[in-house]
Every structure is written in C-alpha cells, then in structure tokens.
Design a protein around this ligand. Structure first.
Ligand SMILES: *Cc1c(COP(=O)(O)O)cnc(C)c1O
Length: 731
C-alpha cells in the first residue's frame, strides 16, 4: 500500500460507501476487466487502473490483478469515489461485454466458412503485455499482435503456446556494462489465467509418451479479447522434478530441453485441442517450433477415421499453414536422430512409419543419414500453404528452400509472403490517437487495416502534429531519465552521476532510438564504426544529435553482450556524455515508450537477414521516421518521401566490406538528409519538410503494416483455402 493510499484511507474512512454500485460489485467488475487482456489496448481502461494508484501501478509492472489484489472491495470503493471512477468502470465493463458479444465483425462477412472450426494458431511465445513475461522479442510480439487483430476482426481463432513460469530473463548491466541475467518466477495468482476446462467441466491435463517416460502438461486459459489463448504448463504433479521445470524458462536450456518444449507445444497442443473438444479447421504454425503438431493430428486421423498414413498426411497438410521467420541458418531448430527418436518414437510406432521415414520428414535430402532433423523442413513438408514475412524474405526463403523442390525453378517454390504488421491500438500513443480522433472520420479505429482513413493525416494542421509528437518525446525523455538514474542508483554510483542522469538528454535535440535484440547481424554498434565521425555528429554545436539504446543479448551470445558493453560504457566517455543512453531490460513497455517518442527509428541490420522487423512499423503510427537499411518490411515501404534509406540495398560477398559501406551510408544519410531536414525550421519554428515526411510515412505505411491488414491477408490467402473454402492466390 502506498503512503498516499494510507492517507486517503484514513481521511475517508468515515465516508459512506458510494451508493451507485456496491463495493463487491465494483471490485468484481474491475477484476473481470483485469482478466481479459482487452484492457491492455484500451487506453481509457489502462488509465482507469493507473488512477487507482499511479505509484503502485508502475511498481507492479502495470499489472491490474496485482494492483487490485492489494485492495479490499471496501478500500477500492473508497478510492473509486475519491477519483470518480465508478462511471468509468461501468462504461469500460459495458464496452467489454458489447465487444465480446458483437456479431457484425469483419470476419462475419469475410470469413464465415471458418465458423465453428477455428484457426489454431501455434507459437512458442506470445508478447501481449509487459506484465505477462511469456515472450522474448519480435516473434512473440508478432504473435501477440496477430491474436489481438484476430480478435478485433472477429476471425475465429484460438492460440496455443507454452506457459513459462519464469519467462525470459530480466536484464541488468553490472559495473563493467556486462549483461547479467535473472529469471524471476511470476506469481501465478497475479496473472489473468485460469485452468482450461474440458467438456466435463474438469481441468485438462494432456499426456505425451516418450521412449524415456511420460510427460504431463496442464492447460491454462488466457483471454485476449475474443480470442482464447491456451498455454501448456509442465509444472504438474506426476512429472519428474526435472520435467516440472521443463517449461519454466523461455529459450533456456539445451537441445534436449528445447525438443521437449517443442514436443509439448506441438503434440501437446493438438492433444489439448482434442481434450477441449475444439475441432480446428486450420492449423497455423507460426515458426517451426510447433511443427510436431501435425504429426499428432495425422495420428488422430489414422486412428479415428481409419486412414492410411499417406492419406492422413495429405488431409492434415491441406489444413496446415506454415510461416517461416528467419533467413539466419542458426534460427532454424535442428535435432540429431537419437533425440528425435527418444521423443517421437512412441508416436512413430502409432503412425506405423520407420525411423528413416520419420527422419526423412525433417530432411532436405531424405537419404542423407548425416543430415539432422530440421523443424522448418518438417513444417514445410506438412503444410500446403507456406509463407515468409516480407517480400524480400519471400525471395530469400524460396532460394533457401529450393532444394526441397528439386524439380522446380526458384520462382516456383511454393513459399509466398505475407508481410508482418503491428497491432495499432497497442502501439499507438493515446495522445496521437486523440489527434486522429479529431481529424479522422468517426469509427476510424474499425478500419485501421485499410488505406482510406489514413489519408486524413494530410488534413491535420502541421503545428498540431508537431506539438503532439513533441509532447510524446518529452514523456520518452522523462522515462529515460527516470530509468537511467534508477540504473545508476542500483549500481551504487556517485551522486554526481545520478544527478547527471536526471538531466540527461535535451528535448530540442534530434533524438534517434535503437531498440531490439542485440543479435550481431543487427549491428547495434554500426554507428560507432568511426568514433570520431559519430562524436562530431552528436556534438555539433548548431545541430546536435542524441541516441537512446535498449536491447537484450541472448544469454549464450557473447559477441552480442560485448556490443551492449561497448555502447553502455560510452556514458563514461567525455566525447559522448549526455548524448548516448542505454536503458536496461528492453521489453514491451520500454519499446512502447521508445517508438512513441523518438524522432527517428534506426535499423541497420546486415541485409537480407532481417526477415521483416516490426518495431519501425510501431514508430510509423506515432509519427517517428524510419532510417533503415533496405531490408525486411522497409525494402517494400520506403518510397523516397516517407523516411530515410541507408545505402541502396546492395551487399558485398565479404561482410566486412558490406559493414564498411553501410556505415558510410549511415553517416551520409544522417549528415546529408536526416539532420538538415530536421533542423530546417520556418518562421514558426516548424520543420515543414520533416512534418510532411511524417504525414507521408503515416499515410503510406500505417494501414499497410498493421496486423489488421496482416490477419486479413492470412485469412484471404491462407486460412480460407486451408479450411476448404475459396481463397485468393498468394503472390
Ligand atoms: C516490436 C518488438 C520487437 C521487434 O523488434 P524488431 O527488431 O523490429 O523485429 C522486439 N522486442 C520487443 C519488446 C518489441 O516490442
């Protein structure tokens, strides 16, 4: 309980409980709101929880259940009268009920055939909100955005994932700027999850046999708007102690842990659907992690419909869509034969196939006994629809997997593309959404995946857009100062340093943001290739620049950790003091602050390794301008007027030469384009050309790189055909 609350409680103890709603009813409504993640993309509900206790709200990681559990119904009622929350609670509650029961959705007219046989969407991680640590980065946030848009569009879909009690690690940097990882157990009673119940009203546990014994997983349910997300959890009685830990960490552990997690996700997931009495019309495998799933579906078909293995494979593949996410070879899981046999052996027996046949399903060259079993190959072989996540990534994937279709030319390889997008209501700042409310037609939020409404940005007064952006930038800078001074205090640094952190960064200075995983191909340190040149750019007297960084390196990625160290230690360097900041523990919350407040979002991966990237799409919505290598989504978004390109898309066979050229390209773009345009002001102090570019960025890209557009594409180009309806060919 905060001090403020104690005071308020003492003051108002004698006041009667408000009459409009009983304390219990109010509390129940708040808890109902907190138990559906719908609240997380509705700023007015978010603000409602915050207003209950703003200080605790921040301390509990914006988790409304954790917050509410600190209150009794009576105390909450008192607080609600103080803050006049009753009508806001009622209004939010009513809207949620209306949302859950609405029948006039996009899908009701465009995807009726999915009807009672939903899409089962499998993903190893789901990034829905910072208070639910079951994601690590881009793939997870994409899955979260996918199911949120499926909910918004009314597409019948259930999510299948894993429940990680300790999630992904929390990042702290030590005195030397070296990354330390800590796994913290999430208090399950503070999470919006409940046991999933079968048709008989009993909690569900699925069993999976391996050659080495039986694995159990219980099924938890999380509500994300209209979508139900089922999470499998191995921490159950009946599992061996080491197996109870199996799903505790996301991407922790060795190969064996990994294949066991993937067995639970894929095979366990399909079994969970059966136990829930859900007949999926489509399986969507988001990345190869869940590709064992169709094998279990094949087994069910053979057993229940008396089909042959070959026929069952054909039937299941017909209803399966597979999305591949990376051109980085290490990003594709590969397992050795003995591990596969240990875990798939009992299932293989039931399928009536030999060891070689099973291994062949995961091999490009079926007869090569030295080739490990690759989950992506399995996914491609067991699906009739496959796609990459951007146009460029489509080309790369067709080349990469052409050997699987030796009789076909590269262009004929059946892997299409559906470019990733982001969930607009989750990433759009409230202030910016209010601006759009004033200038866009009523009901625009229902049409965020269509180009038309975003054209209205050109009617907005440039001064108003600029002012809104700068208000958000100030919020970002306040956030950075708060975080950096907290980091300094934790490391026990001197008062001078802590004081300096409080005054870090200048709102009048061009601010660049860089936040993402510190995988080496993303080249977080590219800007520092020529230290003197970047020092001159940042410290220019007339037109200075500042840059904020955040990102985690995978625990086993030593080079990535050294990048972090190099950048975070710049704060001790007099040439960069006050101009460069590193924020620890990049997550959805940090990302949201970054993409809502930066002037420029920087992305400089080694092309073509960024399959899509999505963080830059989040910046677009809020008026940030992208400055990026022509890779992933940006290669198709950039039109010369809506942001900045680095280089011209060419790469050299020698990475060192590519890196040198790209660094040069980056400096040139900054010096000749970004900085001059930003500081070119008219008599009112407005950067007219810059604001025009912000508008172009929003009008050309906000709809196109929204997850609403993405889910509509998946529905039209993949789900409908997989479900046996008509569909439009994917190009
Ligand atoms: C959006 C997001 C990402 C994706 O970043 P990219 O590098 O652009 O793909 C990663 N992590 C978090 C927390 C995000 O919100």
């Amino acid at each position: 309980m905060s001090q403020v609350d104690v005071a308020i409680l003492a003051e108002s103890a004698s006041q009667p409980v408000p009459s409009e709603m009983g304390a219990e009813a109010l509390y129940d409504k708040c808890m109902t709101l907190a138990h559906n993640l719908w609240w997380s993309w509705h700023p007015e509900v978010n603000n409602l929880f915050r207003d209950i206790d703003p200080i605790r709200w921040r301390q509990v990681d914006h988790n409304p259940i954790a917050l509410l559990r600190e209150f009794t119904p009576e105390r909450l009622a008192v607080r609600a009268s103080e803050m006049v929350l009753h009508s806001r609670v009622n209004y939010a509650y009513r809207r949620l009920q209306e949302y859950l029961t609405a029948s006039n959705t996009w899908a009701s007219t465009n995807a009726g055939v999915l009807g009672a046989r939903p899409v089962a969407y499998f993903s190893a991680e789901f990034g829905i909100h910072e208070s639910l640590p079951i994601y690590s980065g881009g793939l997870g946030v994409l899955s979260g955005d996918h199911i949120k848009s499926a909910s918004g569009l009314g597409v019948p879909l259930v999510g299948i994932g894993l429940y990680y009690s300790h999630g992904y690690f929390k990042q702290q940097l030590d005195h030397d700027g070296y990354q330390r990882e800590e796994y913290i157990e999430t208090k399950v009673q503070n999470l919006p999850i409940e046991p999933a119940l079968g048709p008989d009203g009993e909690p569900i546990t699925v069993t999976i046999d391996t050659r080495d014994g039986r694995l159990l997983a219980r099924v938890q349910l999380m509500r994300v708007g209209r979508v139900k997300l089922y999470l499998l959890d191995c921490n159950v009685e009946g599992n061996r102690p080491e197996d109870r830990e199996l799903t505790s960490r996301l991407y922790g552990g060795d190969e064996r842990t990994r294949i066991r997690q993937e067995l639970v996700l894929g095979v366990g997931g399909v079994k969970a659907l059966r136990a829930l009495n859900i007949t999926a019309g489509v399986f969507h495998l988001n990345e190869g992690h869940s590709a064992f799933g169709p094998l279990e579906a094949i087994r069910q078909r053979m057993k229940e419909d008396g089909m042959s293995f070959d026929n069952a494979v054909r039937e299941v593949a017909q209803m399966t869509c597979f999305t591949t996410h990376t051109p980085v070879p290490a990003g594709h899981d590969r397992f050795d034969g003995p591990l596969v046999e240990e875990h798939l052996g009992p299932l293989r027996d039931q399928l009536g196939i030999s060891y070689d046949q099973l291994m062949g399903l995961g091999r490009v060259n079926v007869n090569d006994n030295n080739e490990p079993f690759c989950m992506t190959v399995l996914g491609l072989k067991l699906s009739r629809k496959a796609n990459a996540v951007s146009s460029l990534h489509g080309h790369i994937s067709r080349r990469m997997w052409q050997p699987l279709w030796p009789e076909r030319a590269e262009e004929q390889v059946p892997i299409g593309h559906i470019t990733n997008g982001v969930h607009v209501p989750s990433w759009l700042a409230w202030q910016m959404s209010q601006l759009y409310d004033r200038h866009f037609p009523a009901g625009w939020m229902q049409k965020i995946g269509e180009p038309g409404i975003w054209q209205n940005i050109h009617n907005v007064d440039p001064g108003e857009l600029w002012e809104t952006h700068n208000a958000l930038k100030n919020l970002l800078l306040a956030f950075v100062r708060r975080r950096v001074s907290r980091q300094c205090r934790r490391r026990g640094e001197s008062d001078d340093i802590i004081e300096a952190a409080r005054n870090l960064l200048d709102p009048n200075v061009l601010t660049i943001g860089f936040g993402r995983r510190f995988a080496t191909y993303k080249r977080a340190n590219l800007l520092f290739s020529d230290v003197d040149r970047i020092a001159a750019i940042l410290n220019d007297k007339e037109r200075p620049v500042q840059i904020i960084y955040a990102g985690k390196a995978h625990p086993k990625d030593e080079p990535g950790k050294r990048f972090i160290q190099q950048i975070s230690n710049l704060r001790h360097d007099s040439a960069f003091k006050g101009r460069v900041a590193f924020i620890e523990d990049y997550d959805i919350n940090v990302c949201r602050h970054f993409v809502q407040g930066v002037d420029v979002w920087l992305n400089n991966p080694r092309r073509p390794l960024e399959a899509s990237g999505t963080s830059g799409q989040k910046a677009v919505l809020n008026g940030g301008l992208n400055c990026s290598i022509l890779d992933g989504w940006w290669a198709e978004a950039f039109d010369g007027s809506n942001g900045f390109s680095i280089g011209n898309g060419s790469v050299h066979v020698d990475d060192r030469i590519t890196d040198r050229r790209d660094a040069e390209g980056l400096y040139e773009t900054l010096e000749q384009r970004v900085i001059p345009i930003y500081y070119d002001r008219d008599r009112d102090g407005l950067p007219r050309h810059w604001i025009k570019m912000m508008m172009n960025s929003i009008s050309t890209s906000a709809w196109r790189f929204s997850s609403h557009r993405m889910v509509m594409d998946y529905t039209k180009h993949a789900y409908l055909e997989a479900a046996g309806g008509l569909s439009v060919k994917m190009d």
